[in-house]
Design a protein around this ligand. Structure first.
Ligand code: ADP
Ligand code: MG
Length: 358
């Protein structure tokens, strides 16, 4: 049953590129889009029907925004929970705050994955003292990764601990509180599953997306990826358990490590559309942005079987200056986020190249 009528307004917290592509999908499906962002002139706000510019902490602005929207969603995780809670008093918010609370804190997230979703994760421990970190390194041997529990992204807030000798410097570098130590996963590749769960509990998974990171940041994704170790079914089973355990509604990105021998480890979950799902825009199936809007408005989920194999490459910093040449290449689709300022390391756009048929 369609819960949001045509012409309803979708509210989106966050005005970045993911918000922008959600606006495009909302418009395609006949909805209006309203962005909420602390900054003016955002990539999403510029093409939305409306933008509210206010801090997430501004309760009056959040209330007014929520009252204008038939359903609310968000495009990034670091929205204060209080804003989502407050908005939820006036309209529906999907995914709900449980998903956000889980992914806000890496320790809470890993504990949820292990205990509630029965998903395989690395050994991990919350770390508050240098002794605690030394104990972890001794107990689990080998290499560890020390991360901040909150606000990390694109590899920020992480240090590798190669041995007990690295403990002091690593601990100091990350500020020494609210940390998580993880054992190092000796993966042979990283992949993600982009999946959606609808209001009726239906789940649709896209095929495996193989991801290559450069400087801890996603560089390229290829999908559908090969599956020489036959792990796809298991990854989908784990995905179902995660989405069901959260009673999740919307699109989620789940990052996996694949080990030699086919063992899988879930690295992290993102309760939103995901950079590694951008290939879906040009693969001949429902794209992840449309899928998210379909899920949160109570529509039937779209087809997730691609017709073409796509290689997605992020355009970082001044790589965006090559878009004219890229656009002229055959089988190449350029997506420009139209950010005003080019900054080193900033995601400015992406290119989807058709590299084969399925
Ligand atoms: N426990 C781990 N073992 C091996 N590699 C890791 C581990 N944790 C993170 N990494 C590497 O660092 C990258 C970024 O870490 P991640 O936890 O996904 O943080 P972010 O939120 O910055 O994406 C991963 O994609 C992976 O390449
Ligand atoms: Mg990650």
């Amino acid at each position: 049953m369609v819960e949001c009528e045509q012409g309803s307004t979708i509210g989106i917290f966050g005005g970045g590129q993911l918000g922008r592509m959600l606006v495009q999908a909302a418009h395609k499906l006949g909805y209006k889009a309203h962005i909420f962002d602390p900054f003016d002139d955002t990539p999403a706000g510029r093409i939305a029907d409306k933008q509210t510019t206010a801090p997430f902490e501004d309760k009056t602005a959040v209330e007014l925004f929520a009252n204008c929207c038939d359903v609310l969603t968000y495009e990034f995780e670091n929205i204060p929970i209080a804003a989502i809670e407050h908005a939820g008093r006036f309209t529906r918010v999907f995914p709900d705050k449980k998903a956000l609370q889980t992914s806000h804190d890496r320790w809470v997230e890993k504990t949820f994955l292990r205990d509630k979703a029965r998903a395989p994760v690395v050994d991990f421990k919350a770390v508050e003292t240098m002794n605690g970190l030394s104990e972890f390194v001794r107990e689990f041997g080998g290499q560890a990764i020390l991360k901040t529990r909150r606000f990390g992204y694109d590899g920020k807030g992480q240090v590798k601990i190669r041995s007990l000798r690295d403990v002091k410097a690593g601990f100091a570098r990350l500020g020494g509180t609210d940390l998580i130590a993880e054992s190092f996963a000796p993966f042979i590749r990283e992949f993600s599953i982009i999946a959606a769960r609808g209001t009726n509990g239906d789940i649709a998974c896209y095929p495996l997306t193989e991801n290559v990171h450069k400087d801890h940041r996603l560089h390229t994704s290829i999908a559908p990826a090969g599956d020489p170790q036959n792990v796809s079914q298991e990854a989908q089973k784990i995905t179902h358990r995660i989405l069901d355990a959260l009673n999740y509604i919307g699109v989620m990105g789940i990052e996996f490590f694949e080990l030699k021998g086919g063992q899988l480890i879930v690295n992290e979950i993102a309760p939103r559309v995901h950079n590694s799902g951008h290939w879906t825009q040009n693969a001949g199936c429902t794209d992840q942005f449309e899928q998210h809007i379909r899920a949160i408005t109570g529509m039937k989920l779209g087809n997730t079987t691609p017709k073409q194999i796509i290689k997605m490459t992020n355009l970082i910093g001044d790589e965006i200056l090559h878009i004219d040449a890229l656009s002229k290449k055959p089988n190449t689709f350029v997506h420009d986020y139209e950010k005003r300022d080019i900054k080193p390391g900033r995601k400015m756009g992406h290119v989807n190249t058709v590299i084969g048929v399925c």
